[in-house]
Design a protein around this ligand. Structure first.
Ligand code: SF4
Length: 385
C-alpha cells in the first residue's frame, strides 16, 4: 500500500483560518511544476528500490495543497503521468485523489482528470452556509459546492470526499445538523469533519484576539463531534478515524497507508518522504528555495542536494508513532506493533484509561471510546514518551 503525495502549494486566495504552507504567487507555478518533475526524476530510483526490497508497489497518488485545482489541469495530468511511468505503476495504481476547490470545478477540468486516471475527488466544502463561508474567507458559496458535486457525478466520479468544518464562529448545534443533513443528502462516499482551530497568526485568530469572534465551548464541540459520528453512522457512513467517515469500501486508501506505516514518496515543497522503517525526510517549506535548490540538485544529478530535513526514527520515536497514529483510528493500537521494551509501560497507562472508560480493549487492540475521543490528544500525549 505505498503512496505518493504531491504538494501543490498554490491558492487563489487565503482562507482566514489557514496556516498551511501555501502561497497566492501563482505566477511561480510553471517553475514549481518543473521542479517537482525534477525531484521525481531524482527520487524515483531510491523509492523504487525501497518498494522492491519490501515487495510493494505504488497503489495511491494524492494531490494536496494548497489547492491543486487552482492550477491548469494539464499540470496535474503531466505530473500524474510522470509518477505512474517513473514508478511503473500504471497497472498497480488503485486510487488517485485530487483536492479541489468548488469554485474551480468545470467539465473541462473534471474530464481531463478522469482521462488521466484520477478516480477520487476531495472537495473542500467546509460548510453549506454562505454567511459562515464568508466569515472564514472561502472563495466559494453553497451553490458552487453543490454544483461542483453534481458536475463531478456527471463526469463519472463515483468516489467523492467532502471536507466539513465544525466549531465555526457563532455556529450552534442546529447549524451543524443542517450541514450534516446536506452532506448526507448530497451522497458523498467519504466525509472528513474537522474541528476549527484558531491557529496563531491567522486573520481569524487575530479577530478572536480583538474579541470579534470567540471559540466555542468544549461541551458544544464535543456534542458536535458526537452528532456527526452518530448521524453519519445512521446514514451508513462510518467513522474509521477520528475525523474521517466513509461508506463501506470508500475509506481513503492513501491516508490509511500513513496510519499503517507504509512507505511514501512526497514531492514538492513541504512534502514528507518515509522509507517505511526508520528514515523520514521533509522538503523545505519555502517555494523559492525549493525551486532553486531542486534545479541545482537536478543539474548536479543527485538527490543528495535536495533541500531536505532528515529525521532518523529511533525506537522511542517509532513507539510514539505507533501510539499516535493507532489511537486516531477506530481500530486502535495493536499492542503487537509496540516494541517489547515499551509494552509494559503502554499497557500500564492504557489500563488506567480503560478503568476510566476512556479507552477500551478489544483483543490485541486498545482504542478510544467516545468519551476518550473528546480528549484524545491528552491521552496520546500521556502515552507517548
Ligand atoms: S484553500 Fe486550503 S490551503 Fe488554501 S488558504 Fe484555504 S484552507 Fe489554506
Amino acid at each position: 500500500m505505498a503512496g505518493c503525495y504531491v504538494h501543490i502549494p498554490f491558492c487563489k486566495s487565503r482562507c482566514r483560518y489557514c496556516d498551511f504552507f501555501s502561497t497566492t504567487k501563482l505566477s511561480r507555478s510553471n517553475d514549481y511544476i518543473n521542479a517537482v518533475m525534477q525531484e521525481l526524476s531524482l527520487r524515483k530510483t531510491i523509492f523504487s528500490d525501497i518498494l522492491r526490497e519490501r515487495d510493494e508497489r505504488l497503489t495511491t497518488v494524492y494531490f494536496g495543497g494548497g489547492t491543486p485545482s487552482a492550477l491548469c489541469e494539464d499540470n496535474i495530468v503531466r505530473i500524474l503521468n510522470a509518477i505512474l511511468g517513473a514508478l511503473d505503476a500504471q497497472n498497480t495504481i488503485q486510487e488517485v485523489t485530487v483536492e479541489v476547490n468548488p469554485s474551480d470545478v468545470t467539465p473541462t477540468l473534471l474530464g481531463a482528470y478522469r482521462d488521466a486516471g484520477v478516480n477520487r475527488l476531495s472537495i473542500g466544502v467546509q460548510t453549506f452556509d454562505d454567511d459562515r463561508l464568508r466569515m472564514i474567507g472561502r472563495r466559494h458559496d453553497r451553490s458552487m459546492a453543490i454544483r461542483a458535486i453534481e458536475e463531478a457525478r456527471r463526469a463519472g466520479f463515483d468516489n467523492i470526499s467532502i471536507d466539513l468544518m465544525y466549531g465555526l464562529p457563532n455556529e450552534n448545534l442546529s447549524d451543524w445538523n443542517s450541514d450534516i443533513d446536506e452532506a448526507i443528502a448530497i451522497g458523498a462516499e467519504h466525509i472528513s469533519a474537522y474541528c476549527l482551530t484558531y491557529e496563531e497568526g491567522t486573520p481569524l485568530y487575530m479577530s478572536m484576539i480583538r474579541g470579534e469572534v470567540s471559540e466555542l465551548d468544549d461541551d458544544i464541540l464535543n456534542q458536535m463531534h458526537d452528532t456527526v459520528v452518530d448521524r453519519l453512522s445512521a446514514a451508513g457512513i462510518y467513522q474509521y478515524e477520528i475525523s474521517n467517515f466513509a461508506r463501506p469500501g470508500f475509506y481513503s486508501r492513501h491516508n490509511s497507508s500513513y496510519w499503517t506505516g507504509s512507505p511514501y514518496l512526497g514531492l514538492g515543497a513541504g512534502a514528507y518522504n518515509y522509507d517505511g522503517q526508520h528514515v523520514r525526510q521533509n522538503n523545505i517549506t519555502d517555494l523559492d528555495i525549493y525551486i532553486k535548490s531542486t534545479n541545482k540538485a537536478y543539474q548536479a544529478g543527485s538527490a543528495q542536494y535536495l533541500p531536505i530535513e532528515r529525521e532518523v526514527l529511533g525506537s522511542c520515536e517509532c513507539y510514539n508513532e505507533v501510539v499516535m497514529l493507532g489511537l486516531r483510528t477506530c481500530a486502535g493500537v495493536n499492542i503487537n506493533k509496540i516494541a517489547d521494551d515499551y509494552q509494559n509501560r503502554f499497557i500500564k497507562i492504557a489500563e488506567g484509561y480503560v478503568a476510566k472508560g476512556l479507552l477500551a480493549k478489544d483483543g490485541d487492540y486498545y482504542k478510544a471510546t467516545r468519551s476518550g475521543q473528546h480528549i484524545l490528544n491528552i491521552i496520546i500525549e500521556d502515552l507517548m514518551i
